[in-house]
Design a protein around this ligand. Structure first.
Ligand code: TYM
Length: 376
């Protein structure tokens, strides 16, 4: 979970430092998505989604097995989620945009968990009602990504507790305190709610199997910070309960607008929230760190460094799906032709346009929200 104390940290609650994704793969014991695997996916989806082509989704567990099952006629379901501690930021959209793509191409159901219990338990100042309120706020962002209302089921852990609790109990019985300490770094002063919580996040891996009374393969798209739940809990318990081990496909992190580090709600000036008004988006982008030089003259003669620049990364992750145009931006920056001010201003326009459209879809989602919520 902690790859190297000095360099970087990746846990479900903290992502810090310059992440070496190759090291992380070794540490977590996952596999790189190979070109062969990409070809296999392409057979089913047509042209590869840019998030795969650019290896933003870069790692997996048992994705080849999921494809074996699919090709032999056994459909999988998708499972992903959100810890509703505040408004959604652009980083959260990465797994959801990809989930929407998978849902559409493979024509499969999605089970989406809102861990409002986790956010209440983990954040000292969080009130239960507040995290529940964000469940509904964030669910609008999820739906705005274009998920199928008839194949998407969203649930709050607080409100869907009766069904989830029974599954969590079955899981919890097989997981010791020393396991969760080792997997999540819990200590003696961790509250007991958090110690039980991993069994709640593992429960949806088996939920559709219980609802439908048969074993169904599960694929979880998420950034790699959520991996401990699958590695340490769900995959360990699955065979004991008679279910398939859930498969995963992991993404890298959209960085924040500052120097290094992932986009995180705890640093609001370097995060863009889906509810931010245009002038706020503009301010945040215009104040961002870049890979540019100290002066215009130096930038023109030596060029900038797009590899360390969050502005370039935003094009790469979200705002320029055309590879050729992306390469043009890269080269213009490196050659000194493109100055940071222009680059930021162009990105700000793109992000503002994207958010106007997202906010419109978010509003439209209010009408279908109730229909997609599972309650018991
Ligand atoms: P949460 O709310 O921290 O994050 C929601 C989803 O967004 C991903 N993510 C990011 N992806 C790319 N760039 C970033 N900067 C970035 N920051 C966060 C996370 O990996 C996650 O996929 N406990 C979970 C909620 C949950 C869940 C799940 C997530 C419950 N069940 C199943 C994934 C799969 C949480 O607090 O996520």
């Amino acid at each position: 979970m902690v790859a190297n104390e000095q360099e970087f940290v990746v846990t479900p609650w903290e992502v810090r430092g310059e992440i070496d994704y190759n090291k992380l793969i070794k540490e977590f014991g996952t596999e790189l998505i190979t070109n062969e695997l990409l070809k296999r996916i392409e057979k089913h989806t047509g042209e590869l989604h840019y998030l795969l082509r650019r290896k933003i989704f870069f790692s997996h567990r048992d994705l080849d097995w999921i494809l074996d099952k699919y090709e032999s006629g056994e459909k999988f379901f998708l499972y992903t989620g959100r810890g509703p501690s505040g408004h959604t930021h652009l980083g959260h959209l990465i797994p959801w945009i990809f989930t929407q793509h998978l849902q559409e191409k493979f024509d499969v159901e999605l089970y989406f968990q809102m861990t409002d219990d986790e956010k209440f338990l983990h954040n000292p100042d969080m009130k239960l009602e507040e995290s529940l309120k964000y469940t509904y706020e964030n669910a609008l962002d999820v739906l705005a990504c274009g998920l199928s209302p008839s194949k998407t089921f969203i649930f709050s852990n607080i409100e869907f507790a009766k069904t989830l609790y029974r599954i969590s109990l079955e899981i919890a019985k097989h997981v010791t305190f020393s396991t969760v300490k080792a997997v999540f770094g819990f200590e003696n002063n961790t509250n007991i709610g958090m110690i039980f919580f991993p069994s709640m996040q593992a429960a949806p891996c088996f939920l559709p199997c219980i609802l439908k009374g048969k074993n169904i393969p599960c694929l979880i798209p998420a950034a790699i910070d959520q991996d401990p739940y699958w590695r340490g809990i769900a995959r360990f318990v699955a065979p004991k309960l008679g279910y398939y081990k859930p498969a995963q496909i992991h993404s890298k992190f959209l960085p924040g607008l500052g120097k290094g580090g992932k986009m995180s709600a705890s640093e609001p000036e370097t995060a863009i929230f889906t509810t931010d008004p245009p002038e706020v988006v503009e301010r945040k982008i215009m104040n961002a760190f870049t890979g540019g030089r100290a002066t215009i003259e130096e930038q023109r003669s030596k060029g900038g460094d797009p590899d360390i620049c969050p502005i370039y990364q935003y094009y790469y992750f979200l705002f320029e799906p055309d590879d050729k145009k992306l390469m043009d931006i890269y080269m213009a920056c490196k050659s000194g032709q493109l100055l940071c001010g222009e680059d930021k201003a162009r990105l700000a326009i793109r992000v503002k346009e994207f958010l106007i459209e997202h906010q419109r879809k978010r509003k439209a989602a209010e009408k279908i929200l109730d229909k997609v919520m599972l309650r018991d």
